[in-house]
Design a protein around this ligand. Structure first.
Ligand SMILES: Nc1ncnc2c1ncn2[C@@H]1O[C@H](COP(=O)(O)OP(=O)(O)OP(=O)(O)O)[C@@H](O)[C@H]1O
Ligand SMILES: [Mg+2]
Length: 383
């Protein structure tokens, strides 16, 4: 697979990953819109899109499920019939609630959890909740089988691939010894809870108040019997991610620090046994032709050194020298950006599609701007 065209046409799942602010949400939207225009049924799960982008797509605020986007927002004259675009903004709390409702033994257990004060705090604030819920939504949409392509945006994370580890983290929380002891009283009475845990609970009560601690204990108790469901779910999420039609698209800026992070991501994705099929280098400076920066600078200097002429000619020479030097500066920046990328490209190998997307003079908040990016993604041969 060496082009984004092939990647979009042949994938069932595309996960857009990368460090904060590089253009993951933008890329996810572009890929899904393009798939819909190519006649596929595509759904994009976005995380915190800019409000203006959501408005431009006619995306309602936080909905528990994807909504079908009116083709008036994305379709073009050359769109292949049969395409459909759905989109949603991920609402971690609503997804978590739905997950609890699904795995609870009965309505009473679900209500106990959903109304628990501690649950209400952590379900939106717990680190990694967004990541976990993105994976959860992926699994749900995959299971529904209603779409040909699912594009998943991922939240900004400082730690590479939090979202891949999120299901395990939730399981570790449920597996935690403290948790086990806390739910034990439901079966055997608080007296058998370890002395250390009792002391911990007493101390915690003094610090945060008995009510909060009661909430926390009730929270863990309310989850009793649900670990198995979560464990099975996490296993199936890993399975979906591991399928050969699931592809990672890595997004990066050409800045040195961002590229190093992208290399780190590529390594981590590889360590998990998955492969990066596409690299989007976003916000690159343009490369104008093949002229080298140092050569352009030398030409500018030579112009300035020419023997004296009359004032008008000298002024014209200086203006031309200025322009050659500015162009030379641009070429140097562009060349430097491409040098930064050598390492990550080497790591990805020749099998990955690579596209350079220019720094646009404005934010990407309407379909016209998304189109400008789509053109670069689809026409760029990665050089
Ligand atoms: N090529 C571009 N030229 C100009 N602006 C861009 C370009 N790509 C993205 N942007 C703008 O940069 C901002 C960040 O892009 P985006 O939201 O897609 O990044 P992100 O990786 O999803 O960020 P976060 O990690 O915060 O979720 C947005 O305002 C977007 O419109
Ligand atoms: Mg984003």
């Amino acid at each position: 697979m060496t082009t984004f065209r092939e990647l979009i046409d042949s994938s069932r799942v595309i996960i857009c990953a990368g460090s904060g602010g590089v253009g993951k949400t933008t890329t996810a939207a572009v890929l899904a819109i393009d798939a819909a225009r190519a006649g596929r049924r595509a759904v994009v799960v976005t995380i915190d899109p800019a409000k203006r982008l959501a408005d431009a797509l006619g995306l309602p605020a936080l909905a528990p499920d994807p909504v079908v986007i009116d083709p008036a927002h994305w379709s073009r004259e050359d769109s292949v019939p049969g395409g459909r675009l759905s989109a949603m903004m991920l609402d971690p709390k609503a997804t978590f609630d739905a997950l609890v409702a699904r795995h609870a033994a009965d309505d009473a257990q679900a209500t106990r959890i959903l109304e628990n004060g501690f649950y209400r705090t952590i379900s939106s604030a717990l680190g990694g909740t967004q990541e976990y819920m993105a994976m959860e939504k992926l699994h749900e949409l995959h299971e529904d089988g209603d779409d040909d392509l699912i594009v998943i945006d991922t939240p900004p994370s400082r730690h590479a691939l939090d979202f891949l580890d999120a299901p395990e983290r939730l399981l570790r929380l449920l597996d935690n010894r403290v948790f086990r002891v806390l739910i034990a009283p439901a079966r055997t009475g608080l007296r058998v809870a370890g002395v250390a845990v009792q002391a911990l609970v007493r101390t915690a009560s003094r610090v945060v108040g008995t009510e909060v601690v009661d909430d926390i204990v009730a929270f863990f108790r309310a989850f009793e019997g649900m670990e198995e469901g979560f464990r099975e779910r996490a296993r199936r999420v890993r399975q979906v991610i591991g399928e050969p039609t699931t592809q990672f698209v890595l997004v990066t800026s050409p800045r040195r620090d961002a590229v190093l992070e992208a290399e780190h991501f590529a390594q981590a994705i590889g360590d998990h046994g998955y492969r990066v099929a596409g690299l989007v280098v976003n916000r690159v400076h343009p490369q104008f032709g093949t002229g080298r920066g140092d050569v352009l600078h030398a030409r500018g200097a030579a112009l300035r050194d020419l023997p004296r002429a009359d004032a008008a000619v000298t002024a014209a020479r200086h203006r031309l020298a200025d322009r050659l030097e500015t162009l030379g500066d641009f070429q140097e920046v562009a060349a430097r950006e491409r040098r930064h990328l050598e390492g990550v490209r080497l790591r990805l190998g020749t099998g990955a599609a690579v596209a350079f997307v220019p720094f646009l003079p404005h934010d990407v908040h309407d379909v016209g701007a998304l189109d400008a990016i789509a053109r670069r993604l689809l026409d760029d041969d990665g050089t």
